[in-house]
Design a protein around this ligand. Structure first.
Ligand code: SF4
Ligand code: SF4
Ligand code: SF4
Length: 256
């Protein structure tokens, strides 16, 4: 059964307990402001954030765990992987550092450890280890308002539609994530428009892998050949640094 998270923007009070719980459970370090950061609070050290909007609206941002993830479709070595339970997880031991996933993601989620000698991509993994053990993610467990809840995707869709039906003057008649990019495992209901969470794209209800594969097909073979050589060299160098116990090697680098 595919699991999901439903966030109700009307219930969130912006207390940041979800953000703190995520940092604690995943041992994420202190956030370092960088000039190239997107202005959304996400970083390699912050896998979820709260975006403040006018009139006391708070919108939680995290990986949407797409049903057909563009990040998975573009990764040349399978470092990104959609699990049967729903989370899209990342295996840093396979990662080439090409950052195609960052360019492909329609929600601008994956972040790079720019200041590490052997950098990795980082993002929310929907607490995959906890879900496998039958627990819920740390962030949903920590929320004092039940503004963000965890469950089977089909059940959460029913809950979302029931809330909208029972409060038609309160909610916008839309469940974000039900159909976007083929559907996502992080859903939202809201009384403000949440389109700012996504990058503009022409067919937003179409699974992006269809578009990314087509785009990759159109890349000249000569460029791909040179790119492949560069990626191969990158991978070999990173691998050697890792095997040599480079300065940033840490236990449990793989998030799978
Ligand atoms: S939101 Fe982005 S990073 Fe997350 S699964 Fe979808 S494409 Fe991948
Ligand atoms: S699901 Fe887990 S990894 Fe994702 S934001 Fe919540 S606590 Fe962090
Ligand atoms: S813990 Fe709940 S109420 Fe607090 S910021 Fe996170 S989602 Fe909002």
């Amino acid at each position: 059964m595919s699991k999901a998270i439903l966030t109700d923007v009307t219930k969130c009070i912006g207390c940041l307990k979800c953000v703190s719980a995520c940092k604690e459970i995943h041992h994420l370090g202190a956030d370092v402001p960088r000039v190239w950061d997107k202005n959304d609070g996400l970083s390699a050290e912050n896998w979820t954030s709260i975006i403040a909007k006018p009139e006391n609206h708070y919108v939680r941002k995290q990986c949407r765990h797409c049903l057909e993830p563009a990040c998975v479709s573009v990764c040349p070595v399978g470092a990104m992987h959609k699990t049967e339970l729903g989370p899209v997880v990342y295996d840093s031991s396979k990662c080439l550092g090409c950052r195609y996933c960052m360019m492909a993601c329609p929600f601008g989620i994956p972040r790079y450890e720019w200041d590490k000698a052997v950098p990795h991509v980082e993002k929310c993994i929907m607490c995959y280890d906890r879900i496998e053990e039958g627990k819920q993610p740390a962030c949903t467990e920590a929320c004092p308002e039940n503004a963000t809840i965890f469950g089977d995707r089909s059940d959460l869709l029913k809950i979302a539609h029931t809330r909208i039906k029972e409060n038609p003057h309160k909610y916008i008649d839309r469940v974000w994530g039900e159909n976007e990019v083929g559907g996502t495992s992080v859903l939202y209901v809201s009384d403000i428009n949440l389109d700012f969470l996504t990058y503009p794209t022409k067919n937003f209800d179409t699974p992006l892998p269809e578009e990314t594969v087509a785009a990759l097909d159109s890349v000249p073979y000569a460029f791909l050949g040179m790119g492949g050589v560069m990626l191969g060299l990158n991978w070999i160098i990173r691998r050697r640094m890792k095997l040599g116990g480079g300065p940033n090697k840490k236990d449990g680098d793989s998030h799978e």
